[in-house]
Design a protein around this ligand. Structure first.
Ligand SMILES: [Zn+2]
Length: 257
């Protein structure tokens, strides 16, 4: 005997299927239900792009409204189109990562999840994926049915505001400098944590008549390919001279010094 609930009854009669990789993304409780539904359709490849409609024996001429240079298929619209690729690129910049084209929607989800591994500010980043999907779909529909067109940078900026809107009023406490940068890029309200707060460091122009030199080095792997560079800027912040060089294979410590 136990306590009856609708959930327990449902669990008793249903046949549970194995969890899918996108379940936590789609059924995220931070997402408004309309976005969960859209993400669910997207994960199943069910948004009615031209190729999906043609499969229902409805023959129509097809052209990508986003780039105008190819037929529209679901994969083209979300994965291959140069317009969508630019949107993914711009979104990836938020995390200081480089977008690489993915062959399937499942690969996009995997890529998105992997990039945030080890970071504490995962929730807004994961929501951002669904918001970008919606932005691509809305832009396509706006062009197709209303003759409205926006450039990728404007659409991504609107999507970022949508993420900010979803988290409006929620307390985001960055626990690292990386989190702080991401929170600011996603326009989230930042609450200082009760523990040691993260210090934001600003870059300032050199006072007149000084010149400022910023230098850095880094390695791709540790040890790995190491490079360094620097930039001279005047009191207006304008670049005067810059340099960069490759230092071979070394450790990240060697790159820094
Ligand atoms: Zn296209």
């Amino acid at each position: 005997m136990g306590i009856f609930s609708v959930k327990s009854a449902w669990e008793g009669i249903r046949k549970a299927a194995p969890a899918v990789s996108w379940a936590s993304l789609v059924w995220n409780k931070d997402l408004p239900s309309r976005l969960s539904t859209l993400a669910w359709c997207w994960a199943h490849g069910k948004l009615p792009a031209d190729d999906k409609i043609q499969k229902k024996q409805i023959y129509l001429p097809s052209r990508s409204d986003l780039c105008g240079s190819s037929e529209e298929s679901f994969n083209h619209l979300f994965l291959d189109c140069r317009y969508s690729s630019e949107m993914w690129d711009r979104a990836a910049v938020m995390l200081n990562v480089v977008w690489t084209n993915q062959p399937t929607v499942v690969d996009v989800i995997k890529w998105w999840k992997n990039k945030v591994r080890g970071w504490s500010l995962k929730r807004p980043w994961m929501i951002g994926l669904v918001v970008i999907i919606e932005a691509i779909w809305k832009e396509r529909n706006g062009r197709c049915y209303e003759g409205k067109a926006s450039c990728p940078s404007l659409v991504v900026n609107t999507a970022i505001k949508d993420v900010s809107f979803i988290y409006n009023g929620m307390k985001i406490s960055p626990s690292s400098a990386t989190d702080l940068v991401l929170a600011k890029r996603l326009l989230l309200s930042i609450c200082p944590s009760s523990a040691l707060s993260t210090l934001e460091v600003y870059w300032c122009k050199a006072p007149r008549p000084w010149v400022k030199l910023n230098v850095d080095g880094c390695s791709l792997g540790n040890p790995g390919r190491v490079g360094g560079g620097g930039i001279f800027g005047d009191h207006n912040g304008k670049m005067i001279f810059l340099f960069g060089f490759f230092m071979g294979i070394a450790t990240n410590f060697q790159a820094e010094i």
